[in-house]
Design a protein around this ligand. Structure first.
Ligand SMILES: CC(C)(COP(=O)(O)OP(=O)(O)OC[C@H]1O[C@@H](n2cnc3c(N)ncnc32)[C@H](O)[C@@H]1OP(=O)(O)O)[C@@H](O)C(=O)NCCC(=O)NCCS
Length: 178
């Protein structure tokens, strides 16, 4: 997969060499639950998820220059039949809490949007956050996504959770970036 470079970061393909770094933040109690997944309880669990992301082939490891180690991931996902039929994908992301609040994820999302519209030629990129995840809400707002409605999804603890959904259409992206 193609690496994407921003001012401060390189988004690159993941490999099993990233396992230790991935597990380091994936086991923290307050990171995964914000994105709907349970904190990892073993290195083997992290290995299985990392393998899945490698196979998906559209999940990048986030590195901060000049370091080579990953501090998070960002990916484009086909979540449902409509996504597949309408040439749309959903962006999802996570970054280790050590790096929160420095605008890294806005920079990463913008690089992925550029790739999604200019190289993949998607018609729309979707994004969503649990209604209490105000940090992700701010990332989505700062990137210029438009709110569309509420989706109800499964939370890792077996409950249902309300997700505020947003979209960025190809046309809106071009308007913001002309
Ligand atoms: C959501 C997330 C990706 C944001 O990444 P980031 O690089 O920190 O994003 P930003 O620097 O733009 O900060 C976003 C907002 O987080 C808030 N924030 C920053 N640092 C914070 C901290 N240490 N604690 C709480 N909130 C914080 C700020 O309000 C900021 O908004 P502002 O720019 O209006 O001040 C990151 O918090 C994360 O990985 N969270 C866990 C996984 C997750 O929620 N994924 C998204 C699922 S929808």
């Amino acid at each position: 997969m193609k690496s994407l470079e921003t001012k401060r970061m390189i988004l690159r393909a993941l490999s099993l060499d990233d396992l230790e770094e991935f597990n380091r933040y994936a086991k923290k109690p307050h990171i995964g639950p914000m994105a709907g997944w349970a904190p990892h309880t073993s290195i083997e669990e992290s290995r299985a998820i990392l393998n899945m992301m490698i196979k998906e082939n559209e999940v990048w490891g986030i590195t901060i220059k000049p370091a080579k180690k990953i501090v998070g991931t960002i990916g484009l996902h086909v979540r449902n039949f409509d996504n597949a039929m309408l040439n749309q994908k959903e962006v999802g992301y996570v970054i280790d809490d050590v790096y929160w609040g420095q605008g890294y994820m806005v920079e990463a999302v913008n690089a992925v949007l550029n790739y999604a519209f200019n190289e993949l030629e998607l018609t729309k990129v979707l994004c969503g956050h649990a209604k209490n995840n105000l940090q992700s809400k701010r990332v989505i707002e700062k990137c210029g996504f438009i709110p569309t409605g509420t989706d109800v999804r499964d939370h890792f603890d077996g409950t249902k959770i309300d997700i505020q959904m947003y979209e960025m259409t190809y046309t809106h992206y071009k308007e913001l970036n002309q």
